[in-house]
Design a protein around this ligand. Structure first.
Ligand SMILES: CC(C)(COP(=O)(O)OP(=O)(O)OC[C@H]1O[C@@H](n2cnc3c(N)ncnc32)[C@H](O)[C@@H]1OP(=O)(O)O)[C@@H](O)C(=O)NCCC(=O)NCCS
Length: 164
């Protein structure tokens, strides 16, 4: 599905931290349940708080997506982070606007940033909910992996995108 509203991507500022936290929490609680058990979803959704959301912006390269041309003022509908030296670290989209190209727009900007930084291969540890999206961004499977968060094990996939 496409949207009539183009997606604008810009660097995040500290003022975006509350919106990032809100998108993160709703994205996981609404989109992850088909893929992970309730205790896993709860642990994942609790992994970010206000301080950590702010740190994402100050310690990493974080981009925010907004839908342009809406009647209402622009608001953040997704975010992505790049972590040095070569990690596409986070990608979360407001569940109200998934499947409209917001994730792809953010991924394109992270890829562009990584190229600018001289990264030869962009790495990502991808949740089961996001694997098909990362495939569509051109990432290839490296190997299945288990991530442990607050004592809960998550099946994830190590993926990579060659940038040469
Ligand atoms: C993964 C996520 C970021 C995708 O965001 P999105 O805005 O819906 O992505 P897009 O609309 O740009 O879609 C990109 C591609 O992925 C596909 N896609 C996205 N979600 C999909 C799904 N659940 N099932 C199948 N395909 C999907 C789209 O069809 C599109 O493919 P195409 O380019 O061939 O048409 C979003 O679903 C999300 O926030 N998920 C929960 C959080 C999460 O798991 N984050 C990643 C942590 S590693």
């Amino acid at each position: 599905m496409t949207t009539a509203q183009p997606v604008a991507v810009r660097p995040a500022t500290a003022a975006d931290a509350p919106a990032l936290l809100d998108i993160f929490t709703r994205s996981i609680t609404e989109l992850a349940p088909p893929f992970y058990a309730p205790p896993q979803v709860a642990a994942w959704a609790a992994a970010l708080n206000a301080d950590r959301a702010l740190a994402l912006i100050t310690d990493h390269t974080t981009y925010v997506a907004e839908l342009e041309g809406a009647a209402t003022p622009a608001r953040a509908v997704g975010f992505a982070t790049f972590a040095e030296p070569e990690e596409f670290d986070m990608l979360y989209v407001d569940p109200a606007v998934v499947m409209r190209g917001v994730g792809a727009a953010l991924a394109a900007v992270v890829e562009q940033h990584a190229r600018f930084r001289g990264v030869h291969e962009l790495k990502a540890t991808v949740s089961d909910c996001a694997r098909l999206a990362f495939e569509s961004f051109g990432f290839r499977h490296e190997q299945p992996h288990t991530r442990v968060l607050d004592g809960h094990e998550f099946s994830v996939t190590l993926m990579s995108l060659p940038l040469r």
